[in-house]
Design a binder for this molecule. Structure first.
Ligand code: HAM
Length: 420
């Protein structure tokens, strides 16, 4: 065993798996870009209060899972457990909401939660997220859901389901909260659970204990308390989803793990992932900007779990073969041939052709083995004869077929350039 190991519960990617990870993340980002979202790149740590205020004290994320420490200046700093609160901090700080609305942003990177590690649940994991800020129409809710859905489709996923519900506006939530608190007061709960319920009674719907689940099965549901505006908004969201052919299931018991949600909320579950089946989720957060000291601007977004989506793609076998396959591998079989190979390599790369070569002093056999291992589409052998004649033998690696035995560098660039 090596002396050092990665910290417990982190996800790590190295070749060849990292090529799949990169592909998945890039497809997710591409779909966001296609819908007019622009990159926001933010620090992975923030003032702790951004999360305690933004995400909410009743959540597991804030109360149990944050990596919080004091920096050298005595400030309380937290590694970001999620992206939305930090994005809102930046939107407020840089007045991004003062221009044209909606502001449409995407981000990707590592997130940190001190959870109990298990398959698909990590302490450092990766998300691709989008946030659409400053627009309350139901169309934007559906746009956000549709971006996630088309990203999954672009990755060839089919075995996933979309759950949606609505948490309504403030008036609806207050009406529900009153009755829910009454209901909860009649239950025999332990102190910690009661305390959690005081901060956010909806949390109890998300409790994993069988006895609490049973008690909550008869509790009043928020969906039954939506006022006229909230019903109208939710109905419109469902109608537009129907119109554009996105299937969903209304799940009134769904509770998101973060406290900032209002109105439409949603989660995508993949059926082949076992306990950690959530591949992405999100929703509206109309009071979040205000609670972080900004103007009263609404927003909606999602976070997609790249690690779990990769697992889902692997389970469905939906990823293309030969990801990041290089076009050409050059096998020089003598010292002078090596110098020529390296020069050629540089020319090819400048011409935008992906290529690599065998380093070290290898005989033909060793060099060809390296070419095989590289997974390149073509192999080019350069020996002393080839130096004299000007060029080497180009081989299709999959079949061993010799494509040409006398290509000059510019012919080679032309030929391989066509394949790109
Ligand atoms: P979330 O549901 O907490 O939402 O996380 C989004 C996704 O991140 C989850 O569906 C899951 O795929 C992945 N994820 C979360 N925790 C872990 C973990 N420990 N290990 C592996 N994957 C994980 C948010 O974070 C919100 N900020 C989403 C959002 C954006 N809502 C509005 N805008």
């Amino acid at each position: 065993m090596s002396k050092f190991q990665a910290p417990k519960g982190v996800s790590e990617y190295f070749p060849p798996n990292s090529n799949q990870f990169e592909y998945v993340r890039d497809q997710l980002l591409r779909t966001a870009r296609l819908a007019g979202y622009n990159l926001i790149e933010l620090p992975v740590f923030e003032d702790t209060e951004v999360f305690t205020r933004g995400v909410g004290e009743s959540t597991d994320v804030v109360s149990k899972e944050m990596y919080t420490f004091e920096d050298r200046g005595g400030r309380s700093i937290t590694l970001r457990p999620e992206g939305t609160a930090g994005v809102m901090r930046a939107v407020i700080e840089h007045n991004l909401d003062r221009g044209q609305l909606p502001v449409k942003l995407f981000y990707t990177g590592p997130f940190f939660r001190a959870e109990r590690p298990q398959a698909g649940r990590y302490r450092q994991f990766y998300q691709v997220g989008i946030e659409a800020i400053g627009y309350t129409d139901p169309e934007i809710d559906v746009e956000v859901i549709a971006v996630a859905d088309s990203a999954f489709k672009a990755l060839g996923l089919t075995k996933y389901k979309l759950n949606i519900t609505s948490l309504g506006d403030t008036e609806s939530r207050q009406a529900h909260r009153k009755d829910l608190m009454k209901y909860i007061a009649g239950l025999d709960l332990d102190e910690a659970t009661s305390a959690r319920a005081q901060i956010n009674p909806l949390r109890l719907f998300d409790d994993k204990r069988a006895e609490i689940k049973e008690l909550m099965a008869k509790a009043p549901l928020l969906l039954d308390y939506l006022n006229k505006d909230s019903v109208q908004h939710f109905e419109a969201v469902k109608n537009i989803l129907n119109d554009i052919g996105i299937k969903y299931q209304v799940n009134p018991y769904m509770v998101r793990g973060l406290d900032y949600y209002t109105g439409t909320t949603f989660e995508f579950d993949h059926e082949m992932l076992g306990a950690q089946s959530g591949i992405g989720g999100g929703g509206r957060y109309d009071g979040l900007m205000n609670s972080l000291g900004g103007s009263d601007v609404s927003g909606i977004g999602f976070g997609l779990g790249v690690d779990r989506i990769l697992m889902a793609c692997q389970a469905e076998g939906s990823l293309p073969d030969n990801l990041n396959q290089i076009e050409l591998f050059i096998a020089p079989i003598s010292h002078p041939a090596k110098a020529l190979a390296f020069k050629l390599l540089t020319q090819l790369r400048i011409a935008g052709i992906s290529c690599d070569m065998a380093f070290g002093d290898r005989a033909l056999k060793g060099a060809m083995k390296a070419a095989d291992k590289s997974g390149a589409k073509y192999g080019l052998v350069i020996g002393d004869d080839e130096i004299n004649s000007g060029m080497g033998q180009l081989k299709l690696m999959s079949s061993g077929e010799i494509i040409s035995s006398s290509l000059t560098p510019s012919e080679l660039i032309k030929r391989l350039g066509k394949n790109n």
